[in-house]
Design a protein around this ligand. Structure first.
Ligand code: PGA
Length: 253
């Protein structure tokens, strides 16, 4: 059985005081056999969260440099993030793609840097509303995987987590239906089996992201191919984030 992962992407939100409070509240959650938790604070607060986490949850970064160490003002390398206690890094979030013009090629390079630093990449993919309206979402997302992940050998691919995040669902309050999420996740898993192996496909975690809330998480987690969630807005309140994690239990019943 794939253990679920509930990941909170705090984006460019929260002051240091708020970060400390949220970290403390999440660290009080007892560990579960059913799910792991991860949070992604702003880079400047990573050390604060690592110190407050008590190793009860994973601490991640929202982004990293596509370069190695050197003269790249303002960039932080995956290796630096690793040395600060980060375990996971998000690559290719749609906000990075849309606002900061990251291409599949840039994301590919970042995935490589993350793996070189012995960290876990959460690779984000997902289509726009226009693409879904013309029913091209499967090809679109598959191409993202082909151009940014499928160059990896199976050993490295097995370290990757995928987050399917349809852009029309991010921060909009419009969540994908469990059927829409399940269809895409099942499709991606079958493509991974074709490219790699049954074993790689079965072990791959595919998270869903886009307007996940306590009131829709249970139905999503009941889907066979949904292995957790990447949560934005609802991860900024401990009660909502932990309720989403608690929905993993509800989905099992
Ligand atoms: P949201 O964001 O939960 O606020 O829709 C999800 C994400 O950007 O990962």
């Amino acid at each position: 059985m794939r253990k679920k992962l509930i990941a909170g992407n705090w984006k460019s939100n929260l002051s240091k005081k708020e970060v400390k409070e949220l970290t403390e509240a999440i660290a009080m959650q007892p560990c579960s056999k059913l799910f792991d938790l991860a949070v992604f604070p702003s880079e400047v607060f990573i050390s604060t969260v690592v110190a407050g986490s008590g190793a009860r949850f994973f601490v991640g970064a929202q982004n990293c440099s596509a370069h190695s160490e050197g003269a790249f003002t303002g960039e932080t390398t995956a290796a630096q993030l690793a040395s600060a206690g980060v375990q996971i890094i998000i690559a290719g979030h749609s906000e990075r793609r849309q606002i900061f013009a990251e291409t599949n090629k840039t994301v590919k390079t970042k995935v490589d840097k993350i793996l070189e630093a012995n960290l876990i990449p959460i690779f984000c993919c997902g289509e726009t509303l226009e693409t879904r309206k013309v029913n091209r979402q499967s090809n679109f997302v598959l191409q993202q995987l082909q151009e940014s992940l499928f160059h990896l050998n199976e050993e490295n691919f097995s370290k990757v987590i995928i987050a399917y995040e349809p852009i029309w669902a991010i921060g909009t309050g419009v969540v994908a239906s469990p059927k829409e999420a399940e269809e895409m996740h099942a499709f991606l898993r079958s493509e991974v089996e074709k490219r790699y192996s049954k074993n790689a496909a079965e072990n791959l975690k595919i998270l869903y992201g886009g307007s996940v809330k306590p009131n829709n998480a249970t139905e999503l987690f009941k889907c066979q191919n949904v292995d957790g969630a990447l949560v934005g807005g609802a991860s900024l309140e401990a009660i909502d984030f932990l309720d989403i994690a608690g929905a993993v239990r509800g989905a099992k019943k």
